[in-house]
Design a protein around this ligand. Structure first.
Ligand code: NDP
Ligand code: OXD
Length: 308
């Protein structure tokens, strides 16, 4: 039985060592070395080609290297192949740090001070207590819930929105299309941590963003495809929104002449909110292979018909 790995070579080196030490019964191969495609039962990849998938007749599980799976072309994947997203502590820790950093930056007016600095203007803004700054998270999955938990000690009133109903201590939860307007109305800072699916593409648009309170700000750490760019620019320029921190764009990299780069109220980072950590991810993968062998549910299995 072989796991075929097709991603970053440095991570691959670490994974190979961990598999050799902790799962020696699972062969580890990358496509550049001799291997028997008929022995490959597991594929770990970010964006495997249709040709690669077609060359693996006994593939059972496609493991995503990251938390997202929107990069997979499910139409080219045989229906029996299970798809698993990455849930590992390194990704969660990175996202928690980034979301906390961006939330605090917006809460403490960093965008206004950056604009003022550009004009050599000493211009203090009255401090709003955290208890009066409402933060809402779209997507109450692994990452959304971790972010809410990390923000709780600051004292922000917290809310969340998801597809199905949730109950989370200290968080006002809303669900589905029916709950969206009420959720948005109570977000001074909105964090998008949704997966990109047919149902969520373009969800950050004029209709939704204009339901945020005047002066609200956006953090998009989901996917660039969630955001309708022109709607964000218009709402910033009209003063309805006060700023945006965008870690993801469409396309990536963001072209050099894109208006987001120079916009004084937008902070761009190059899709670095979190990154898969090699050692913890390898161990998560081995644990999932063991669950599969034992006929147990997999951690992070995607419902293929739902898209996440
Ligand atoms: P999960 O699958 O654990 O959670 C997804 C959440 O989104 C669930 O709460 C789900 O609702 C909700 N959701 C899905 N579709 C809808 C919908 N149509 N309407 C309302 N809510 C919906 O994902 P993760 O938390 O692990 O990851 C979220 C995303 O974060 C990833 O898909 C990826 O795009 C992004 N990401 C970005 C990174 C970066 O560096 N910028 C790094 C890692 C991830 P329900 O609970 O009801 O099922
Ligand atoms: C992921 C990402 O999905 O880095 O893991 O975006």
């Amino acid at each position: 039985m072989t796991l075929l790995y097709t991603s970053d070579p440095e991570r691959g080196r670490i994974w190979r060592e961990i598999f050799a030490a902790e799962a020696p019964d699972v062969g580890f191969a990358d496509p550049s070395e001799p291997h028997d495609p008929a022995a490959v039962r597991y594929l770990a990849a970010w964006s495997p080609s249709a040709e690669l998938i077609a060359s693996l007749p006994r593939l059972e599980i496609l493991f995503s290297i990251g938390a997202g799976i929107d990069q997979f072309d499910m139409t080219r994947l045989p229906p029996h192949v299970r798809v698993v997203r990455m849930i590992e502590p390194g990704i969660t820790a990175g996202m928690v740090e980034y979301a906390a950093m961006a939330t605090l930056a917006l809460h403490r007016n960093l965008i206004d001070y950056r604009v003022a600095q550009g004009e050599a203007r000493w211009s203090p803004i009255k401090l709003v207590p955290a208890g009066e700054r409402r933060v809402g998270v779209m997507g109450l999955g692994n990452l959304g819930q971790a972010v809410l938990k990390a923000l709780a000690p600051f004292g922000f009133p917290l809310s969340g929105w998801s597809r199905s109903a949730h109950q989370i201590d200290g968080v006002t939860c809303h669900a589905g299309a029916a709950g969206m307007a009420a959720f948005l109305a109570e977000c001074d800072i909105l964090i998008c941590l949704l997966p990109l699916t047919d149902a969520t593409r373009g969800i950050l648009c004029r209709d939704s963003l204009s339901r945020l309170p005047k002066g609200a700000a956006l953090i998009n750490v989901g996917r660039g495809g969630h955001l309708v760019e022109q709607d964000l620019l218009s709402l910033l320029d009209e003063g309805h929104l006060s700023g945006a921190v965008l870690d993801v764009t469409d396309p990536e990299p963001l072209p050099g002449d894109h208006p987001f780069w120079a916009h004084p109220r937008i902070i761009i980072t190059p899709h670095v909110a979190s990154m898969t950590r090699a050692d913890s991810a390898a161990r998560v993968l081995i644990a999932n292979i063991r669950r599969h062998e034992a006929g147990e549910p997999l951690d992070g299995e995607v419902a293929r018909n739902r898209g996440y």
